[in-house]
Design a protein around this ligand. Sequence first.
Ligand SMILES: *[C@@H]1O[C@H](CO)[C@@H](O)[C@H](O)[C@H]1NC(C)=O
Ligand SMILES: *[C@@H]1O[C@H](CO)[C@@H](O)[C@H](O)[C@H]1NC(C)=O
Ligand SMILES: *[C@@H]1O[C@H](CO)[C@@H](O)[C@H](O)[C@H]1NC(C)=O
Ligand SMILES: *[C@@H]1O[C@H](CO)[C@@H](O)[C@H](O)[C@H]1NC(C)=O
Ligand SMILES: *[C@@H]1O[C@H](CO)[C@@H](O)[C@H](O)[C@H]1NC(C)=O
Ligand SMILES: *[C@@H]1O[C@H](CO)[C@@H](O)[C@H](O)[C@H]1NC(C)=O
Ligand SMILES: [Zn+2]
Length: 316
Amino acid sequence: MQSFYLISVLACLLPVALGDDPSVAWCYNEPTCNDTTWPRIATDFCNGTRQSPIDIVSASAVADSTLGAFTLAGFDDKTAFTKIENTGKTVKIELASGAMNVSGGSLPTDYSSLQFHLHWGNGSSVPGSEHTVDGKRYPMELHIVNAKTSLNGNLTEILADSEGLAALGFFIEVESGTTDQPASWKSLADHLRNITESGESVSITDISMNDLISGVDTTSYYRYLGSLTTPNCNEAVVWTVFKDTVKVSQNVIDLFSNTVRIGDSTSELVTNVFRNVQPLNGRQVSTTVASSATSLATTSLLALGLAALHGILHLG
Ligand SMILES: *[C@@H]1O[C@H](CO)[C@@H](O)[C@H](O)[C@H]1NC(C)=O
Ligand SMILES: *[C@@H]1O[C@H](CO)[C@@H](O)[C@H](O)[C@H]1NC(C)=O
Ligand SMILES: *[C@@H]1O[C@H](CO)[C@@H](O)[C@H](O)[C@H]1NC(C)=O
Ligand SMILES: *[C@@H]1O[C@H](CO)[C@@H](O)[C@H](O)[C@H]1NC(C)=O
Ligand SMILES: *[C@@H]1O[C@H](CO)[C@@H](O)[C@H](O)[C@H]1NC(C)=O
Ligand SMILES: *[C@@H]1O[C@H](CO)[C@@H](O)[C@H](O)[C@H]1NC(C)=O
Ligand SMILES: [Zn+2]
């Protein structure tokens, strides 16, 4: 009961820390207020040394065969999503308390999923992912935000912990030659016309997380330590960025930058809602090892072992 209460409190409080309604006013695209001014308005963290997002240089990523598979509990649950909200800076989907958990994936402990949200540019032609790979920016990026289960929803402790949050990032790419695909994404985007103004929300049912990330091999990813990508940019995030992309029709991607507004019905559309990439400052990005390479290595080792055994038997 107590932990249920705390998780409920967290679900209400964490979006504050994640930038929807922070202690400081912040923006993406105003001439006098954009991500270059965040270090002045949120001095505690936005000028830190392990900030996110980053450009992932694939050739510099260190292969780490210990980066294992995730256990994604509740990702098939079509009742996990509760509501979809226009925050004026993103579209956020809240998750029922305890409905989705993330563990494994070489994370230090178990995490409870709180919400997911999206970053985009201006239609499919002006990409707006936050992370880039070898300088390439994708049309959109989906972030699932998860907090250490053991911290029982205590926001102070979560943000003070260098691994208090585990964020899962998925790139969205255009699937050319299709319309309204996949059905899960069309259904998600169809809610946007009900939340055109900032602060509006509607309930959302009948889509699971796995419906939205279908086709992504979750055993293939990059890993590094970073921060929230919105003020106050707290350096409390273990980042996972998946290599596979989610393929979505251009017309569905375009709905995000065409439909929701930063304020009331007369305000601008929500566009280019991503932070620019931040310096690595010597941080290491790790990468999973391709499973074919792993099995190849295992096979070679096995072959070597058999050869050795063969040799021993002959010697004997
Ligand atoms: C971002 O803000 C800075 C400081 O006010 C300003 O110099 C710059 O032109 C702004 N950039 C954009 C793209 O508006
Ligand atoms: C960030 O700014 C604050 C306030 O100006 C300062 O105390 C802190 O040392 C700065 N941090 C870095 C990493 O520059
Ligand atoms: C998620 O973890 C919580 C806390 O351990 C547990 O109560 C809940 O049943 C888990 N949910 C799923 C879908 O495994
Ligand atoms: C977004 O693109 C549309 C048309 O493609 C254009 O009219 C609009 O000015 C663009 N918005 C921004 C903020 O660049
Ligand atoms: C959260 O943790 C802090 C620091 O340990 C503590 O002072 C505070 O009382 C806790 N808050 C709640 C709601 O339990
Ligand atoms: C969304 O808006 C449409 C009209 O555009 C309306 O028919 C529908 O009932 C609304 N759905 C919700 C959940 O509010
Ligand atoms: Zn995000």
